[in-house]
Design a protein around this ligand. Structure first.
Ligand SMILES: Cc1ncc(COP(=O)(O)O)c(C=O)c1O
Length: 410
């Protein structure tokens, strides 16, 4: 009666964590600290509450799925400034749509990106491994097969999609990429993005880049996929930029950039035909973002002051992490995002599950075994790792990280 593909969905990482730690008592007399979930804890700027209050009459109106022209213009301006795009490369009216957080958009996008020939083999969707579980779930529920491509140390912690054989590429409809990468914290270079985009264009597939960590970085400002796309113009033998844009969408969100996961507000931007098709699907399937939220989101995309302040705080947390953990783990600072991706096996601590159990037992700290961000099999490329979210306020982290290190030290 139910769609059998539901049974193929990967295990939800936090359900697996509950199973792992359910029978393990946490250290007595220590308040538990949840470092397993990447929920930003910095306060959103005060103007968010003010705009929500001022726009309260909007709660009584049906919002439009395309949001307001002002919202789309704010995003157009942000993307153009942030990624140095040529004026008019993307426009508010043709290339941008608001979404209710990126999770649902990332999921739903697969529905328009995948078409299946009745008699042919199932289309393929390339996903990184480890991954944000939604990529694989989206592929499966849209009738495709996910291809899990390792993003481990040997490939610079990014998936080496270009190395896949032609038979795989010939069946590939959609490629998901997370950059900066959750959980590994690496950035994709412009060359990586350019080459991937050219490959996707050559195979008439679509590249969907999840950039929701783009504004949290240490030193180097992450390059965006739209930026790589715009750079294709004038390259010898390269695909022309406007043609390549027809094969590209990016997702971004206020959840991490503006520490506002509760707003449920993000956007999708990309090629005109893709955005029009997505808007058509959303007319049937989506809930539009309420007007007060659209008003607050518009101002958040126009303001960089709070983003810079938040980034500075994350850098201070990377400093704490480095001081507490690098004696045992070597370099731990992520280039982007707010997760530590600790190779616990290399540090002689067994696998990620063993380290997570030990931290809970000895220090009441909850972390996520890397294997839980991979499909369930023993050779998971994340198995030797532990993901640790550096989201809490500085005093809490300054106190917790030495406890973290001590729990793993002996
Ligand atoms: C890699 C990645 N993509 C997308 C999301 C979804 O974020 P949101 O729906 O809040 O925009 C998350 C949230 O944890 C994430 O880690």
């Amino acid at each position: 009666m139910l769609n059998p593909r539901l049974d193929d969905l990967p295990g939800y990482p936090f359900a697996r964590l509950r199973d792992l730690l359910g029978s393990v008592a946490s250290a007595a007399n220590i308040a538990p600290l949840v470092m397993s979930i990447g929920e930003p804890q910095h306060a959103p700027p005060a103007f968010v509450a003010e705009i929500l209050a001022k726009s309260a009459d909007g709660w009584g109106k049906y919002p439009l799925l395309r949001g307001t022209p002002d919202f789309r213009r704010a995003v157009e301006g942000w993307l153009t400034r942030r990624f140095s795009l040529p004026q008019g490369f993307i426009t508010a009216d043709e290339n941008i749509l608001p979404v209710a957080g990126t999770r649902e958009a990332i999921y739903m996008f697969a529905t328009i990106a995948i078409s299946r020939k009745e008699d042919g083999p199932r289309p393929l969707v390339l996903v990184p491994n480890p991954l944000y579980h939604v990529y694989a779930g989206a592929a499966q529920m849209a009738g495709a097969d996910p291809v899990f491509v390792p993003a481990a140390r040997e490939t610079g912690f990014l998936p080496d999609y270009l190395a896949l054989p032609d038979e795989i590429w010939a069946r590939t409809a959609l490629v998901y990429l997370c950059a900066p990468a959750n959980p590994q914290g690496v950035l994709a270079s412009k060359d990586y993005l350019t080459a991937l985009l050219a490959k996707v264009v050559a195979h008439d597939a679509i590249l969907a880049v999840d950039e929701c960590y783009s504004e949290i970085y240490d030193v180097e400002k992450p390059v965006g996929a739209l930026e790589a796309c715009a750079g294709l113009d004038g390259q010898r033998g390269g695909a022309d930029a406007s043609h390549a844009l027809d094969h590209l969408v990016v997702f971004n969100s206020l959840s991490k950039r503006s520490s506002s996961p509760g707003l449920r507000s993000g956007f999708i931007a990309g090629g005109r035909r893709l955005i029009a098709a997505f808007a058509k699907l959303r007319d049937f399937a989506s809930s539009a973002t309420p007007l007060p939220i659209i008003a607050a989101a518009t101002e958040l995309w126009r303001d960089e002051v709070h983003v810079e302040a938040s980034r500075a705080r994350y850098r201070a947390k990377f400093d704490f992490a480095e001081a507490a953990l690098s004696p045992q783990f070597g370099p731990v600072r992520p280039a982007g995002g707010f997760f530590l991706w600790l190779d616990v096996k290399k540090a002689g601590l067994g696998d990620g599950e063993a380290a997570a159990r030990r931290l809970w037992q000895r220090a009441a700290i909850r972390t996520l075994p890397g294997a839980y961000l991979c499909p369930e099999d023993k050779t998971a490329p994340g198995a030797d790792f532990l993901r640790v979210a550096l989201v809490h306020d500085e005093p809490l982290l300054a106190e917790a990280l030495p406890r973290f290190a001590a729990a793993l030290a002996d």
